[in-house]
Design a protein around this ligand. Sequence first.
Ligand SMILES: Cc1cc2nc3c(=O)[nH]c(=O)nc-3n(C[C@H](O)[C@H](O)[C@H](O)COP(=O)(O)OP(=O)(O)OC[C@H]3O[C@@H](n4cnc5c(N)ncnc54)[C@H](O)[C@@H]3O)c2cc1C
Length: 333
Amino acid sequence: MNMMEANNLVAAGLRGEQRSREPMARHTSWRVGGAAERAYFPADLDDLCAFLRALPAGEPVHVTGLGSNLLVRDGGLRGTVVFTHWALRTIRMESPGKESPPLDAAGVVYAEAGVASPKVARFAALHDLAGAEFLAGIPGTVGGALAMNAGCYGGETWEIVAGVTTVDRGGALHQRARDDYETAYRHVQLKSEVGSRKSEVFPHPSSIIPRPSEEWFVAATFRLRSGPGAESRGKITELLKRRIATQPLGEPNAGSVFRNPPGDYAARLIEGCGLKGRVIGGAQISARHANFIVNLGRARAADIEALIELAERSVKERFGIALEREVRIVGDK
Ligand SMILES: Cc1cc2nc3c(=O)[nH]c(=O)nc-3n(C[C@H](O)[C@H](O)[C@H](O)COP(=O)(O)OP(=O)(O)OC[C@H]3O[C@@H](n4cnc5c(N)ncnc54)[C@H](O)[C@@H]3O)c2cc1C
C-alpha cells in the first residue's frame, strides 16, 4: 500500500483501529509468528464493510479469529490482517419466523464471527437449547469454527448451522444458506467455488498455504433442539474435564496439527514413528498427545514447521500414509 492509498483509508472515516507491523505472536495460540504488515481491528460490522470498500484492490486480506489453528511463519504476513474478535461479538436468540427451523428445532441462536465458540455453547445451555455443547471445547471464534468446520466429541459446526452472513472483498454482505456450502470433516467450501481454482487448494491443506477465499464469515445462525440447560452444562463440564486429562493445555499449542486419516488416528501414527516428545529448537511433539506440538517457551514458527514436516515424512515412510494438515500455515519464511 502506498502513502496515497494509506491516506485514502484515513479519509474514509473508519472507526476501527489500524496498526502497522503488528506481531502475530500476540494473536496466535502457539505464541509464535512474525509481524503482519498491517492490522485492522474493525469497530463493528458496518466499519468492517467500509474498511474493505476503502482498501486498495491489490492489498492481500487475511481474516483471523483467535489464531488457535494458525501458524504464522517468522517472516510475517504481507497485506492486512483483519481481527474479528474485538468487535463482531453480538450473540442473541433469533426472533421466531426469521429462520424456518425444522420441526425438531426449538430455537435459533445468532452469533457474530468474533464470538468465542465456548460462549455459544454456554449461551445455548442458558436458553435450554441442546446440540452446541461440543463448541465449549474449541478455543476459537465462530468465524474460525465455520471456516474449519471445527468439531469434537461427535459434534461438528456445520451440523447445527442454519445459515451464514458473509462479507466479500468489496465490502458487500451476502446471506447464504447451509446448502450453499460443501462441508466434510474439517472442510468447508462454497459449492459455487467447487471445481474452480480455489477448490484445488482448499481440500488439500498439505499444500502449505491455502489460497484464501475472498469471502469471509461475519455471522451465523445455529439451529438447536430443545434440551434442559442443566444437562447441557453437565455435558460441557464432562467434556472439559476429558480435555484437561488428555491434552497438553499448559503449553502454547494449536490443538490437533493433522487431521485423522480415515479409520485411524494421526496421534497413533506419529507415536508409532517414535516421535512423541521429539524436540526441535523450542518446539516439541507433545509427550502427552502426539498430534499436538507445543511451544516450550522460545519456539520459532520454523521449529514447529520442521516438526510438522518430520512427522509427515516419518509417517509416510513407515506407514505409507500422507498426513493432511489441519492447522493453517501462512506467511513468509
Ligand atoms: C487447545 C486446543 C484445542 C483444540 N481443539 C479443537 C477441537 O477439538 N476441534 C477442532 O476442530 N479444532 C480444535 N482446535 C483448533 C481451533 O481451535 C479451531 O480450528 C477453531 O475453530 C479456530 O478458530 P479461530 O478463531 O482461532 O481461527 P483462526 O486460527 O484465527 O483461523 C483459522 C482459519 O480460519 C480462517 N478464519 C478465521 N475467521 C474467519 C472468518 N470470520 N471467515 C473466514 N475465515 C476465517 C482463518 O483465515 C484461518 O485460515 C483446538 C485448538 C487448541 C489450541
